[in-house]
Write a protein that binds this ligand. Structure first.
Ligand SMILES: *Cc1c(COP(=O)(O)O)cnc(C)c1O
Length: 360
């Protein structure tokens, strides 16, 4: 068996320790004689799994008691609709469009009410985060929406927007648990877990209790109401049970590593290694404004499509997988999520240096 260094943007690398543990428990989970995949979601064993997952996540993110944690399905994309359906009481919401995911969320919200694009960085192919300190926030906006880390373009909000008192809703799919956060600054934090936490199929929604009401847009399906899932502790119907079990293991792994402050330091060290090299390289260069650089997704180019393709091909042959940039931007992108070890980034930079020498 040999494992590659997997730089995929998602589904993405998971901690090897977690995968090994899951493999050991595959046929017989803790003496139950069955896999977690085969287990009733109403069983005692599963109740412990989901309760512990929530408790560990709460501890890691220091989630206050007036926030609920929901484990849902439908991917991050389903939240693009659930958010307006549940929160657009005045049928008005403000969107900051910093990439394709924010744009999709904005377009979806337009189906349900008046969605205002109050800032955008589309003029420069989403290569920066606009100044959000004094935006024209709508007086009757039900919330202000951001995508906090832009997976495709590699930018991140280093400072949250000034929402002028309005509820902040954030898609954190690609920066979930990458650093400490102050949950109280948000009304809703949500993300698909397949970027930085677990297998595809689970989306985690952290939502302030007062935002969970029966007062939703008419016609909102039962399954798309936050209240349905909050009232049932995420067990209204069969949850993505195996996925939640793996997420729980990743939470324990993060706790064992020392929690989110330690993870942040580790992520900064990894990202610095790559960005420092990009800044000094004569062949490769980063594509986004330095001040807005993501710790998780690092896009870069050579300036030649031919050389980019050659690099991706030779990198793959050397055991560095999924370095091709998103189909809409080209070039390369290295996603260096929590589970990417420092050695993976060191090896990548060494490989890039060698490629530079050979091709300059
Ligand atoms: C991947 C991604 C999405 C889409 O996730 P799905 O689970 O495939 O719907 C949304 N937002 C961000 C920031 C992402 O990285």
């Amino acid at each position: 068996m040999s494992r590659v260094y997997n730089f995929s943007a998602g589904p993405a690398v998971l901690p090897e320790e977690v995968l090994k543990e899951a493999a050991e428990e595959m046929l017989d989970y803790k003496g139950t004689g069955m896999s977690v995949m085969e287990m009733s979601h109403r069983s005692k064993a599963y109740e412990t799994i989901i309760k512990e997952a929530e408790a560990d996540l709460r501890e890691l993110m220091k989630i206050p008691d007036n926030y609920r944690v929901l484990f849902l399905q439908g991917g991050a994309s389903q939240q693009f609709a659930m958010i307006p359906m549940n929160l657009m009481k005045n049928k008005v919401a403000d969107y900051i469009v910093t990439g394709q995911w924010a744009k999709k969320a904005y377009q979806e919200a337009c189906l349900y009410g008046k969605a205002n694009k109050i800032a955008s960085s589309e003029d420069k192919t989403f290569s920066y985060i606009p100044d959000c300190s004094d935006l024209p926030v709508s007086e009757d906006a039900d919330y202000v929406y951001i995508c906090e880390n832009n997976t495709i373009y590699g930018t991140k909000f280093k400072e949250l927007p000034n929402t002028k008192g309005k509820t902040l809703v954030a898609d954190v799919s690609s920066c979930f648990l990458s650093e400490p956060v102050d949950v109280t600054k948000y009304g809703v934090i949500y993300g698909g877990v397949q970027k930085n936490i677990g297998p595809a199929g689970v989306v985690i929604v952290i939502i302030r209790e007062d935002l969970i009401t029966e007062d939703v847009l008419p016609g909102t399906p039962t399954m798309l109401k936050y209240k349905t899932h909050a009232d049932a502790d995420s067990l209204y119907n069969t949850p993505p049970a195996y996925g939640i079990y793996i997420c729980g293991k990743v939470f324990k792994w993060l706790k064992k590593m020392g929690g989110l402050s330690v993870i942040k330091e580790r992520n900064e060290k990894k990202a610095k290694l790559l960005y420092d090299y990009l800044d000094e390289s004569k062949l490769f260069k980063g594509t986004v404004e330095k001040k807005d650089r993501s710790l998780m997704n690092v896009p870069f180019v050579t300036g030649s499509d031919e050389l980019d393709a050659k690099f991706v091909k030779e990198a793959k042959a050397a055991g560095f997988e999924n370095l091709k940039g998103h189909r809409t931007v080209g070039g390369m992108r290295a996603s260096i999520y929590n589970a990417m070890p420092l050695e993976g980034v060191e090896a990548l930079v060494a490989f890039m240096k060698k490629f530079e020498e050979e091709n300059l």
